[in-house]
Design a protein around this ligand. Structure first.
Ligand SMILES: Nc1ncnc2c1ncn2[C@@H]1O[C@H](COP(=O)(O)OP(=O)(O)OP(=O)(O)O)[C@@H](O)[C@H]1O
Ligand SMILES: [Mg+2]
Length: 253
């Protein structure tokens, strides 16, 4: 097997104010280039915490963290703050579970994507007009049929499903090698869910994107993922664990 592009090794997180409580306990995960690793678990099992750990977002003041997150074999926690900020976006992007928390309410969706593109130099020196073209192309890539309307909207003017796809466009517009998608389909109807799953397949195929796909629906993730990590109460469990079986959507048991 090829060396992982992103890996977590024995991640253990405890709250500093409650040293005996584990949020994650000895969690490991390994993502190879162009692959999809599914992370599945019930509510409160630690999925979002793991996503934040993978991007180095866990505040040291709040949690004691053991284990390592390795980017191409390098420990990301050894990077300085500036290098870590550049690494996020350029190499790894997170699409948040709550799309409304990813956008600033006082700027249009289009302006925020354009700013992200320009901050990372992803418009290849072409100026604002070039960045805007790129923003529109990523909005349509993310499955938005009328990108010119959506880019002029403020986040609150969009439906939950549109906001989620716009956030995905923002996460992808810097062409990272890895996307960590935290419950990307939770506010989409079944048809849009299927479209988004198809999009993930396409991104993997055409851009060689590696994806950590987080969800609570084991049946959906299993159709797409090359590997699965099942979380229960902060620990990795086997697929035949009772909590894992409970995560199958109705009719797939
Ligand atoms: N800042 C915090 N302070 C205290 N406990 C926290 C904090 N953040 C998360 N937790 C606890 O850590 C556990 C895991 O939470 P997390 O949000 O990672 O779960 P999740 O699997 O993403 O759940 P969901 O499916 O509802 O999104 C929960 O028990 C939660 O209460
Ligand atoms: Mg979560």
């Amino acid at each position: 097997m090829s060396a992982p592009i992103l890996a977590a090794r024995g991640i253990t997180l405890t709250l500093r104010e409650k040293p005996g409580t584990f949020i994650l306990e000895d969690v490991s995960l390994s993502l190879a280039r162009g692959k999809i690793v599914g992370v599945v678990g019930g509510s409160g099992s630690g999925k979002t915490t793991l996503a934040c750990t993978l991007l180095g977002f866990i505040p040291d003041a709040m949690c004691r963290q053991r284990g390592q997150v390795l980017w191409q074999g390098q420990d990301i926690l050894a990077m300085d703050a500036l290098a870590l900020r550049r690494w996020r976006g350029a190499c790894v992007s997170l699409s948040f579970q709550e799309a409304s928390s990813a956008f600033d309410p006082v700027f249009t969706v289009g302006d925020q994507i354009v700013e992200t593109i320009m901050a990372h130099g992803a418009h290849e020196g072409g100026g604002r007009a070039r960045a805007r073209e790129r923003a529109l192309s990523f909005l349509s890539l993310a499955g938005i049929d009328d990108p010119r309307r959506v880019e002029r909207c403020y986040p609150h003017e969009l439906s939950g499903g549109l906001r989620q796809r716009a956030m995905l466009a923002m996460a992808l517009c810097t062409t990272p090698s890895v996307l960590v998608a935290d419950e990307p389909t939770s506010s989409l109807d079944v048809t849009l869910q299927a479209r988004l799953m198809e999009l993930f397949r396409k991104l993997r195929r055409e851009l060689d994107l590696s994806i950590v796909l987080i969800a609570h629906d084991l049946g959906m993730v299993r159709r797409l993922a090359d590997e699965l990590v099942i979380l229960s109460r902060g620990r990795v469990v086997a697929p035949d664990h009772p909590d894992a079986r409970a995560l199958m959507s109705a009719g797939e048991m």
